[in-house]
Design a protein around this ligand. Structure first.
Ligand SMILES: CC(C)(COP(=O)(O)OP(=O)(O)OC[C@H]1O[C@@H](n2cnc3c(N)ncnc32)[C@H](O)[C@@H]1OP(=O)(O)O)[C@@H](O)C(=O)NCCC(=O)NCCS
Length: 178
């Protein structure tokens, strides 16, 4: 991998989940749960896989969604057939997303970090966000998440505000990317 991220750029593809991803995805979900991070949005361990794929398809099309969810595209990051991370692209903002969640969320699984993958996931997600009609893109991270803040700034994020999110929780950094 080159230090300018060229390797990540050529190798990483964002794509929808497939029928044969269940084992790798379930493992990623469990690993990230140990870090208190939700890898599979709306995913419950043991859930029927085709039902989950159906839920993601509905979420992308904005049908059958509970009130708290906006239409969103969920993609995994694939490097030469290995699932290394994921992205969630929200097509619009509700109050919570406007304040704290932003348009795009992402994660890279622990063994694959510090290779430029999160930067590449966000870079590709920004293009996809524009394709579903998002203009200026809000991306947020915890104030103490130095890695994510660097990723957002490398993708052109301009810091708008740092807001309190509640007792015992770190403040949130809110960035806009034009
Ligand atoms: C934060 C996270 C997405 C970074 O993923 P990554 O693939 O390691 O990020 P990149 O390799 O693109 O890192 C880009 C830069 O960020 C900085 N960085 C990354 N991780 C860092 C860390 N733990 N501490 C300090 N700086 C860090 C580095 O400057 C890095 O560049 P360098 O390796 O050339 O020095 C990943 O650690 C993760 O998934 N964490 C848990 C979930 C999460 O926090 N998601 C984001 C929610 S907003």
């Amino acid at each position: 991998m080159t230090s300018d991220g060229t390797g990540a750029r050529t190798a990483l593809r964002l794509r929808p989940l497939r029928a044969d991803d269940e084992g790798a995805f379930r493992h990623g979900h469990e690993v990230m749960a140990a870090e208190d991070f939700i890898f599979g949005l709306g995913y419950e361990p043991g859930m029927d896989w085709s039902r989950y794929l159906g839920f993601l398809d509905d979420a992308r099309r904005g049908v059958n969604l509970p009130d708290r969810l906006v239409p969103s595209t969920f993609l995994v990051a694939d490097v030469a057939g290995t699932l290394v991370g994921r992205a969630s692209i929200r097509h619009e903002l509700n109050d919570f997303l406007w304040r704290e969640g932003g348009h795009i969320g992402y994660a890279v699984l622990p063994p694959y970090r510090r290779r430029g993958y999160a930067t590449e996931i966000l870079r590709q997600s920004l293009v996809l966000a524009r394709a579903v009609g998002v203009g200026r893109t809000l991306v947020t991270c915890d104030d103490d998440n130095a890695g994510s803040a660097t990723v957002i700034e490398r993708c052109g994020g301009e810091l708008d505000s740092v807001i309190e999110t509640g007792p015992g929780k770190p403040p949130k950094r809110r960035y806009w990317i034009s």
